[in-house]
Design a protein around this ligand. Structure first.
Ligand SMILES: *Cc1c(COP(=O)(O)O)cnc(C)c1O
Length: 360
């Protein structure tokens, strides 16, 4: 098999060791004679898998006991509706920060359920820099404040936590969860689709403070009620069992690597390698303000965009895949999640240097 490096934004690269273990366990999980895919979600084997996955995630993130961990489906998109349905709790308005395309999707959906107050927008900065909190127009009566801590498409990451007093903080961490330690106790709710930095598509993780759940908008579907999922330990209906199993293996892989502080070090090293190179040349450009440069999704452009197609073709020939930028933004984007080894970023930079030498 040829060595490739997959820079896709999601579904994305998974740790080789995890895929290896899953392949060894594919036909017979721990002597059960069954694949995990074939197990009843109510059987003791799968319940062990799910409980261990939750315990490992709690340990990795330091999740306090008064938070529920939910293994749901429907992607981050379903959360765009579930959040207002569950967290408005009698209020009519919610605060949202506009940092880019994913924040806007959340805003658009929330607008169906409540008045959305946009506390600030990065639009005047062309979504290349997040406005400082001193410029935000917070509403003290807001049911919650929602923000997107890493804009997967724009490549904008926030490395600080907004301070909003008693207003619950809700964050879409889809594309950087588990890339660095976070203080869960500062949040009312954290959510993330699994297919970026956790595991396979089909699983969505929600971490929610338990006092916030239980009061839903009239007409909320049962499947959209956090309390129902919490009371049933994420087994109200059939959960995405295989995705939970793989996520559990990823959690164990992260623990063996030394946890989130250790993976953060590696993520800093990987992203600095690429940014330092981008900054050292005029041939390429990184558009994002220094303090908001994502460690996970790194967009960049070639000064001469007529070379884009050739760049992608040659990158592909070298086994460097999925570097094309999002269709809405163009240019390039390298997604370098936890599972991307340092060698992958080194190979990318070496290719970019060669390409510059040949075309610069
Ligand atoms: C990918 C992504 C989403 C959408 O996830 P789905 O699973 O497709 O619903 C939302 N927010 C962010 C930040 C993302 O990266």
């Amino acid at each position: 098999m040829t060595q490739i490096y997959n820079f896709s934004a999601g579904p994305a690269v998974l740790p080789k060791e995890v895929l290896q273990q899953a392949s060894e366990e594919m036909l017979d999980w721990h002597g059960s004679g069954m694949s995990v895919m074939e197990m009843s979600h109510r059987g003791k084997e799968f319940i062990t898998i799910a409980q261990e996955a939750e315990a490992d995630l709690r340990e990795l993130m330091g999740i306090p006991a008064n938070y529920k961990v939910l293994f749901l489906q429907g992607g981050a998109h379903a959360q765009f509706s579930m959040i207002p349905m569950n967290l408005l709790r009698g209020k009519k308005t919610a605060d949202y920060l506009d940092t880019g395309i994913w924040a806007q999707k959340a805003i658009e959906e929330a607008s169906r359920y409540c008045e959305v107050n946009i506390v600030a927008s990065a639009a005047p900065q062309q979504y290349r820099q997040v406005p400082q909190q001193s410029q935000w127009k917070l509403n003290p009566d807001a049911a919650f404040l929602h923000y997107t801590s890493n804009e997967t498409i724009g490549g904008l990451e926030m490395f600080w936590t907004p301070q909003v007093g008693e207003v619950p903080l809700v964050v879409d961490m889809s594309s950087h969860i588990l890339s660095r330690p976070v203080d869960v106790s500062q949040y009312g709710l954290i959510y993330a689709g699994a297919q970026k930095n956790i595991g396979p598509a089909g699983l969505t993780i929600v971490i929610v403070r338990e006092d916030l759940i239980g009061e839903t908008l009239p007409g909320t579907p049962t499947m959209f009620n956090y309390k129902v999922h919490a009371d049933n330990e994420s087994m109200y209906n059939t959960p995405p069992t295989y995705s939970i199993y793989i996520a559990g293996l990823v959690f164990k892989w992260l623990k063996a690597k030394g946890g989130l502080a250790a993976i953060e070090k590696l993520n800093i090293e990987k992203s600095e390698l690429l940014y330092d190179y981008l900054d050292s040349t005029d041939f390429y450009n990184s558009p994002i303000a220094l303090e908001n440069r994502s460690r996970m999704n790194i967009p960049f452009t070639l000064k001469d965009s007529t070379l884009d197609a050739e760049f992608l073709k040659q990158a592909q020939a070298r086994g460097l895949l999925q570097l094309k930028g999002h269709r809405l933004l163009g240019g390039m984007r390298a997604s370098i999640y936890n599972a991307m080894p340092l060698a992958g970023v080194q190979a990318l930079v070496a290719f970019m240097q060669d390409f510059e030498r040949a075309h610069g």
